[in-house]
Design a protein around this ligand. Structure first.
Ligand SMILES: Cc1ncc(COP(=O)(O)O)c(C=O)c1O
Length: 373
């Protein structure tokens, strides 16, 4: 009965397989982690988990399911108190929690830009921002990655209200946005800047917007908790009006079951754990320095925990990944369509828990691989 649909699906999968870009779910293997976003190691940190378990023992009600949308039965005084805590930590007026960064970006971009608005997107912004924009009636236009002149040109030529979407630390490139210049440019043209801090949050304090005290000058910031914060979820940081608007109009917030209190408790716990262990960030920076010292050619900023090494062509990239895996070292092979065909790369994530010896083994193997090609 479904034969024609299944034939169509199989054809698309075979096509991917032939191009060497078929995605497959693989379970975590024992080995050295150079691929996760757990930059500070909080996701599997016993001391961090014990701190949470101790508070959970005193608060078993955190395990209660949310039971409904936050606008119906799914809100709690505890979740609201954690949002107040987050806003206070980031020195913003308000924070609104979401089950993931994907949902937060979907919420923001689907409901804020209006019909005659234009959203100017850095060409490398995350898929969640693009998907949010697809749901918006606004016009979408890309500008070249981190290219302020190109953005200025677009702003100068675009009538009406403009939104600008950037990441503070780019997830696949590992380079930083020029936040100060972007803020000044946005202000000059009356545009609203939205910054996705998924990969900077936790690694660089509470993110680069907060670090540079730009909270009042950006329209909104998205921070996520599933990466350096070792938990799950995200928050949109902005002012009271924006949060009230999202609560009223953002479908990804309204039409979904809220999170249990345990979700918010984990996030608060991990903020507190990190405040008690600021040395973790220094250890991470030290590991990044170990990697940089090897002098491999990367697309990334020196201080970034994401180091992307270009390996154009799916076959060569796969060979590099397999060579590393044969030594139980796991890095992420980034292929099309995640990045454009021809700009494939090996994405090495550095962590506070990677030892200098492991990093040296990785860089030596990659150098050897480059030399034999
Ligand atoms: C830049 C960026 N924004 C948003 C997200 C989505 O965040 P989450 O994984 O919490 O859905 C990601 C995740 O990969 C990301 O890299």
């Amino acid at each position: 009965m479904h034969d024609d649909v299944l034939a169509h699906l199989s054809h698309a999968l075979t096509d991917r397989q032939e191009q060497g870009i078929l995605r497959k779910l693989r379970t975590r293997q024992p080995g050295v982690d150079f691929y996760s976003n757990d930059y500070l190691g909080l996701a599997s940190c016993n001391a961090c988990h014990e701190m949470l378990l101790a508070s959970l023992a005193d608060n078993p009600q955190w395990l209660r399911g949310a039971t409904g949308s936050r606008l119906v039965s799914g809100n709690s005084a505890f979740i609201v108190s954690v949002e107040d805590f987050i806003a206070n930590e980031h020195q913003t007026e308000r924070a609104l929690l979401f089950p993931s960064g994907y949902m937060a970006n979907l919420a923001l971009f689907s409901c804020l830009p209006k019909r005659n608005d234009t959203i100017l997107l850095d060409e490398f912004v995350h898929r969640s921002v693009l998907d949010g924009c697809r749901l918006s009636p606004g016009k979408k236009m890309r500008f070249q990655h981190n290219d302020l002149d190109h953005l200025e040109n677009r702003l100068a030529k675009t009538p009406g209200k403009c939104w600008i979407a950037v990441e503070s630390l780019y997830s696949m490139e590992g380079d930083f946005a020029p936040l100060g210049e972007l803020v000044r440019l946005a202000e000059r043209f009356g545009a609203s800047l939205v910054v996705d801090e998924a990969h900077a949050m936790g690694v660089f304090g509470h993110g680069l917007v907060c670090d540079a005290q730009l909270q009042e000058r950006v329209f909104a910031t998205v921070v996520t908790y599933g990466k350096a914060m070792g938990a799950h979820g995200a928050a949109i940081l902005s002012n009271q009006t924006v949060v009230d608007y999202l609560v009223n109009f953002a479908a990804p917030f309204i039409y979904t079951t809220g999170q249990p209190d345990l979700f918010a408790a984990t996030i608060r716990n991990n903020y507190e754990f990190l405040k008690m262990n600021p040395g973790l960030r220094e250890v991470l920076q030290n590991r990044i320095t170990c990697f940089s010292a090897a002098g491999l050619p990367t697309l990334s900023a020196t201080a970034s925990p994401i180091q992307s090494i270009p390996f154009p062509g799916a076959d060569r990239l796969t060979a590099a990944r397999e060579m590393l895996e044969s030594q139980s070292l796991f890095a992420f092979a980034v292929r099309s369509p995640t990045v454009k065909a021809g700009s494939e790369r090996l994405r090495v994530s550095l962590h506070a828990f990677n030892t200098p010896a492991e990093i040296r083994q990785l860089t030596d193997l990659l150098k050897e691989f480059h030399d034999t090609e």
